[in-house]
Design a protein around this ligand. Structure first.
Ligand code: NAP
Length: 354
């Protein structure tokens, strides 16, 4: 058990956290990042260090990383003990885990310090704020940036877990264009705007998209629902639930077993190379225990227009933990930058940082 005192603590290690850390470190704030603990519990809940991007493969839409062979760059940018996630490169561009390692390294290069642990509890009632770690250490902080992200919801089926990254995904924009899905049937689970958006996006690559929804009507907005209904490549299966993802070691996902939500004895099989879950995200805000204002869906509320200020003076929020709309790596990195600038100005105004 130890106790330390910090100027700026950043909680979270996705694009928002590392971008905030790089900006804060360059402003000589010596930020301390809690990147999360490596535990089985975090693995199951999708909250391991490096966030949601660490769960994806190729990243084709992060500005600055075009298609190309990055092997030499990655080897020179990252220390050897952080290269285990590097895919053999043959001109395919950067992967999610590599991008996150590069962001982490960039933050370290300017003096960011990292603790591989979770913050399980906070006390924002007085300054300095107090943060409590999983390892039972206590950290005092003058200023905090919360960048803990959101975790995609999963159904929790064993077969879903078994085929993650081999055809099962929760992000069509991240994974939909992969060669394994080209001109193959795909399945999307869910009935909200995300499900419709993912299904529509996947029509660019798939031979057809089956949208599987448990009820008799889509939750998605009318215009989005209409778009899905008018899209010849999308077939909507109402009153249907995913019972099992089918596949094998060689090919990954090969199909799905569906069950009727009206008559459970009715089971059907569809061929599919991919299964995309779009059943909502849960922001990682439970550890805040109600100390910051949250939306009805538990996302942190930004209190000022186009600023990252939260309801507690000196606490800022960045990335998906405060964004249920864009949810892209690049927008998270952008708000991470904003939060560091907001924090720097706040610390300067408070006379804590020159
Ligand atoms: P959402 O609106 O909460 O929809 C989640 C969908 O998943 C619902 O249809 C729900 O079914 C289904 N679902 C949840 N748990 C399930 C389970 N265990 N098994 C099967 N189905 C399950 O989430 P979202 O679609 O991610 O949207 C989140 C927010 O972002 C919304 O406010 C949305 O409008 C917004 N958004 C907007 C856009 C856009 O405007 N372009 C795009 C994406 C998202 P039920 O309907 O039966 O509850």
């Amino acid at each position: 058990m130890s106790k330390s005192s910090e100027t700026l603590v950043i909680i979270g290690s996705g694009p928002a956290g590392w971008s905030a850390a790089t900006y804060a470190a360059r402003a000589q704030l010596r930020p301390l990042v809690f990147e999360g603990a490596i535990t089985e519990e975090n693995r199951m809940s999708g909250t391991l260090p490096l966030g949601q991007l660490a769960l994806t493969s190729e990243v084709e839409n992060y500005a600055g990383f075009p298609h190309g062979n990055l092997s030499e760059f990655l080897s020179s940018a990252l220390p050897e003990n952080r290269r285990s996630m590097m895919a053999p490169h043959a001109g395919e561009g950067v992967t999610g885990p590599e991008l996150m390692e590069l962001m982490r390294q960039q933050a370290i290069n300017f003096g960011t310090r990292i603790v591989t642990d979770d913050i399980l509890k906070v006390d924002f009632s007085k300054r300095p704020f107090t943060l409590y770690t999983r390892s039972k250490d206590t950290v005092e902080a003058q200023c905090v940036i919360v960048a803990t992200g959101a975790s995609a919801n999963w159904l929790g089926l064993p077969s879903e877990e078994a085929y993650k990254n081999r055809g099962v995904s929760a992000c069509a924009v991240c994974d939909g264009a992969l060669p394994r899905f080209r001109n193959k049937p795909m399945v999307v689970i869910g009935g909200g705007d995300s499900a419709v958006e993912e299904a529509t996006y996947l029509t660019k690559f798939a031979s057809m998209v089956h949208l599987i929804h448990r009820r008799d009507s889509l939750r998605a907005s009318k215009i989005m629902a209409q778009r899905a209904q008018n899209e010849p490549k999308i077939t909507i299966h109402f009153h249907s639930a995913l019972e099992e993802v089918l596949g094998n070691d060689a090919l990954g996902v090969t199909g799905v077993k569906l069950q009727s939500t009206i008559d459970p004895s009715r089971v059907s099989i569809l061929d599919a190379a991919g299964v995309f879950l779009a059943i909502g995200h849960t922001p990682n805000t439970a550890f805040l225990d109600g100390q910051l204002d949250l939306t009805a869906k538990k996302y942190i509320v930004w209190k000022k227009h186009f600023r990252t200020d939260t309801s507690v003076d000196g606490v800022f929020a960045a990335g998906d933990v405060a964004d249920d709309y864009y949810r892209q790596a690049i927008s998270a990195a952008g708000t991470g930058c904003m939060s560091a600038l907001d924090a720097e100005r706040w610390l300067s105004h408070a006379g804590i940082h020159a």
